[in-house]
Design a protein around this ligand. Structure first.
Ligand SMILES: Nc1ncnc2c1ncn2[C@@H]1O[C@H](COP(=O)(O)OP(=O)(O)O)[C@@H](O)[C@H]1O
Ligand SMILES: [Mg+2]
Length: 215
């Protein structure tokens, strides 16, 4: 796609100078093919329980819209190769992720965060980041019926050559389920047991419309 070009030097240059060591490591781990800077940016927050299809949805959306995808499970393994998912480990991870979002939005790059973001307390710092950079906030709640999630997580756990970075299994899903808080703000819900493409296309169109303004 001609909208995309390699901005790796920008990421490792300007952005990295003021960044913490963790944030620099995360920035270095990003793919070299990143969207070009735009006057108007978006912060897409893809939220939901493990196995609901956040990463699958995020990848489909990133194929149709100029987004830098930050997958929390992949980033956790950049900072902690053998994660143990303690509160301390997550606090360190999300501090660095928030710093990276701040840097990318500051460079006028649109960002998608693929993370469970189940509690309002997880989402509040993201609302503030979007406001600070005047980025359009788009919240996507990814859902699937529990029996579909269970089957997916079973398959994911048994597949030896897995492409994903999540270690979450059905037990993790069950422990996290009561922690999910309703999203108070405007959001788009997608049930991934059905066809996700109409929602992917709708969100992509909205991003294109917004980011093209003022070009
Ligand atoms: N819309 C979908 N259609 C088919 N398979 C899907 C879909 N969404 C997710 N999956 C599959 O279900 C499993 C869990 O999805 P994933 O995106 O990894 O969930 P999450 O990122 O929310 O933990 C993966 O193996 C993925 O390929
Ligand atoms: Mg995932």
């Amino acid at each position: 796609m001609n909208r995309f070009h390699n901005t790796r030097s920008t990421h490792e240059g300007q952005a990295a100078t003021a960044a913490s060591r963790d944030a620099r490591r995360l920035l270095r781990s990003l793919d070299g093919l990143l969207p070009e800077p735009m006057l108007q940016t978006v912060l897409v927050v893809v939220s939901g329980l493990p196995g609901t299809g956040k990463s699958y949805f995020s990848q489909r959306l990133a194929q149709q819209a100029p987004l830098t995808v930050l997958e929390s499970d992949a980033m956790r393994k950049v900072l902690t190769p053998s994660p143990i998912h303690t509160a301390k480990e997550s606090a360190r991870l999300f501090q660095a992720i928030h710093e990276v979002i701040d840097l990318l939005l500051g460079q006028r790059l649109s960002v998608l965060l693929d993370a469970t973001s189940l509690a309002e307390a997880h989402r509040e710092p993201l609302y503030r980041l979007a406001e600070r950079h005047n980025a359009k906030m788009m919240l996507v709640l990814v859902e699937a019926p529990p029996q579909v999630v269970r089957q997916r997580l079973d398959v994911r756990g048994k597949t030896p050559l897995r492409q994903d970075h999540s270690d979450a299994d059905w037990g993790v899903y069950q422990r996290m389920r009561p922690l999910q808080e309703p999203i108070k703000r405007d959001h788009i819900s997608v049930d991934t047991s059905g066809d996700i493409e109409p929602v992917v296309a709708k969100v992509a169109r909205e991003i294109q419309r917004w980011t093209r303004q003022g070009r």
